[in-house]
Ligand binder design. Structure first.
Ligand code: 1GP
Length: 246
């Protein structure tokens, strides 16, 4: 088993909560802010650094991953929006199947394109069931993926989808309302998924403060992913890390 999946499963077993700081590669164009975010993530003992986005508008993806890796003593994990978002500088890639959607390219198509490169790079692939949940407004991921998010108030659909993902052999479930969402996944939905699967549960989208982080952890999330809040203010990493780890 790879190091990142091992980290997730061990934390899940031991009841330790993890914080992942998400770096949008376009945001990485601002070198000073990127450096500060990664340095703060390390100082605050964030557990993982994710790099990726549903749409890239700059050509600096590989350079961004390289810079994050140079500065970070944390595992660097790709969270790719497309097969072009692979880099030899990362430690692992979330091998995402968008199981809440019915877009065949995002269920299995892109994976076929990406698999030989992942193998050639010798990179750990973490089999991940990605579930997009309505977060109050359309996000880049819902637009780009052309998929319908799971309704915010339907925890039963999320639980059934996650359970199907676990029967298919996926090793972790990522519930996301998308970057900059107005609402996070509800604690009720996280709790419903928690009762149906033993897998590590990753939750992201719209997490802006320590209180939201605590509620999601108490509901059963194992890993919280935060991007936008730290783009706005990299100093928030410290309070958020305390909330997740405390
Ligand atoms: C998006 O889960 C991530 O895919 C993080 O979302 O940018 O809203 O923190 P935010």
């Amino acid at each position: 088993m790879g190091r990142v999946l091992h980290t997730l499963e061990t934390a899940r077993r031991e009841g330790r909560k993890l914080l992942a700081v998400l770096i949008d590669p376009d945001f990485g164009q601002d070198r000073e802010r990127l450096d500060r975010t990664v340095q703060n993530a390390c100082m605050a003992k964030a557990d993982l650094i994710f790099v990726g986005g549903s749409l890239l508008t700059s050509a600096a993806f590989d350079r961004c991953v390289q810079r994050v890796k140079e500065l970070s003593d944390r595992p660097v994990v790709l969270f790719p929006g497309s097969p072009s978002q692979l880099s030899a500088h990362a430690d692992a890639v979330l091998f995402l199947s968008l199981i809440s959607g019915r877009n065949p390219e995002l269920l299995i198509g892109h994976h076929v394109t990406a698999a030989p490169t992942v193998k050639a790079l010798g990179m750990e692939a973490v089999p991940t069931g990605y579930m997009l949940v309505d977060g109050g407004r359309p996000t880049t991921v819902s637009y780009v993926s052309q998929t319908l998010p799971i309704p915010h108030d339907k925890p039963g659909i999320a639980a059934a989808t996650a359970l199907a993902g676990s029967y298919l052999g996926l090793r972790t479930i990522y519930m996301d309302t998308g970057s900059g969402a107005l609402r996070t996944v509800s604690p009720e939905m996280v709790a419903a998924v928690r009762t149906h699967v033993e897998l590590p549960i990753i939750v992201g989208g719209g997490i802006r403060d320590a209180q939201a982080a605590r509620m999601l952890c108490e509901a059963g999330a194992d890993v919280l992913v935060v991007g936008t809040a730290f783009e706005e203010d990299p100093e928030r990493i410290f309070a958020m890390s305390e909330a997740v780890h405390g």
